[in-house]
Design a protein around this ligand. Structure first.
Ligand code: ZN
Length: 410
């Protein structure tokens, strides 16, 4: 049998195999498979394509338009973004978002979940701009849109109406930011509002939760309880969860186990949170990340996101999930072979669970969304930030990278 395309000698689980593709799907994995076209991977690592579970495409590349975030805090980042958010146009957002989507695809990404601000400052411009960029790049990458109340819902009157409008206009997922409200009671009402909306729209939920060092904030527990009570746990993701680092150990363990039982998932965003959190600590400084090892040990699905690319929150970032995985590995101290594999899953299979992508994976029948890395092992791929030799989406090569390095000696 001759398949449409065969990736020959790709390394999967430590052994070389051929990956045969028919149409948009993986048809077979084995040895000696024949293809009408072939890519010789030559022992390079073959992986399911990267998935970006948490990014803000409406804000990317606004850094040059802003003044510096002098305190380095989340609060100042939100405040200095207001002017740019007010002045932004749909077309300008579309262009910036498109530039980062293309970079993400070249880095091996074929699915992205983007939060977009929904508030009375920018209205629905963020949603419309990123939706246009999504449509522009539909051949390269799938983009999910999260309606995100960055300024709070009760603190920014009118946002409740805008959130409902965003879902009517085609946002896929209901976002949230309960810790931005004035205390836990308002946070509880914020969470209830978002879950009501999600249930009405039959949508998943993906909130920014406790993105603060202040251990007073325990809205994760409220979200887990409320999502579980409504049977929405497996459709709920909690992002950031920085305050968890400051909780006492027994409380954190109890909430983590509750989240695992409810099926609630977590998106950690160490690039941005290492930059933003712990700014009011002296030493020791908190890292601003959740208890990743404990979450993994409890069986919670954890994805790792870029969050920000050159904006008020974070001055760096290239929308490269392999860079995110390396930063996660440092932040959460993931260094054994199993832990390195877990770091890579956070930007592949586990991130795909957060997006609830059907037909994802490196197995027959799955969509042929794949990346071939210029490395033999996961560790080498992370250590060398290996070039992405080929990126395939639906069986078609959508990007390739060749790097030429030369050393000249006297
Ligand atoms: Zn975020």
């Amino acid at each position: 049998m001759t398949y449409d395309l065969v990736i020959r000698d790709g390394r999967v689980d430590g052994a070389p195999v051929d990956i045969a593709i028919a149409g948009e799907r993986i048809a077979a994995i084995g040895r000696g498979l024949e293809g009408a076209a072939e890519l010789d991977a030559g022992g390079r690592l073959a992986s399911p394509a990267f998935v970006q579970p948490h990014i803000h495409l409406d804000k990317v590349l606004t850094g040059p338009l802003l003044g510096p975030n002098r305190s380095g805090t989340l609060a100042e980042a939100i405040a200095i973004s207001h002017r740019v958010k007010r002045a932004a146009t749909v077309e300008e957002i579309r262009a910036r978002a498109g530039e980062v989507i293309r970079a993400a695809v070249i880095a091996g990404t074929t699915a992205i979940r983007s939060h977009v601000d929904v508030d009375t400052i920018g209205g629905l411009k963020g949603l419309r701009g990123v939706a246009a960029a999504r449509d522009d790049h539909a051949d390269l990458c799938a983009v999910q849109l999260v309606a995100f109340p960055q300024e709070g819902i009760w603190r920014d009157p009118g946002t409740d109406e805008l959130m409902a409008e965003a879902m009517r206009e085609g946002a896929d997922v209901v976002g949230g930011m309960p810790h931005w409200e004035d205390g836990l009671d308002a946070a509880r009402r914020h969470i209830a509002f978002c879950l009501d909306l999600a249930q009405r729209c039959d949508a998943d939920v993906d909130m920014h939760v406790d993105e603060t060092d202040d251990p007073y904030w325990r809205s994760f527990e409220i979200l887990v309880e409320e999502a579980d009570r409504r049977g929405w746990g497996e459709r709920t993701t909690a992002g950031h969860l920085c305050a968890m680092a400051g909780w006492d150990d027994d409380y954190a363990a109890a909430v983590i186990h509750r989240a695992a039982a409810a099926g609630v998932m977590v998106a950690t965003n160490p690039p941005t949170n290492l930059m933003l959190q712990g700014r009011e600590d002296f030493e020791p400084r908190r890292r601003g990340i959740p208890r990743i090892k404990e979450l993994l040990a409890a069986g919670v699905i954890v994805g790792a996101g870029q969050d920000c690319v050159d904006d008020a929150f974070y001055p760096f970032g290239t929308a490269d999930p392999l860079q995110v995985a390396l930063i996660v590995a440092h932040a959460a101290q993931l260094g054994t072979p199993d832990e390195i594999a877990a770091a890579l899953r956070m930007v592949t299979a586990d991130a795909a669970r957060l997006l609830r992508l059907p037909e994802y994976g490196l197995l027959p029948g799955a969509r042929a969304d794949l990346v071939v890395l210029d490395a033999a092992t996961a560790r080498e791929a992370l250590r060398e930030q290996a070039p992405r030799r080929w990126v395939l989406r639906g069986g078609r090569v959508v990007a390739e990278t060749r790097v030429e390095r030369r050393l000249h000696r006297g």
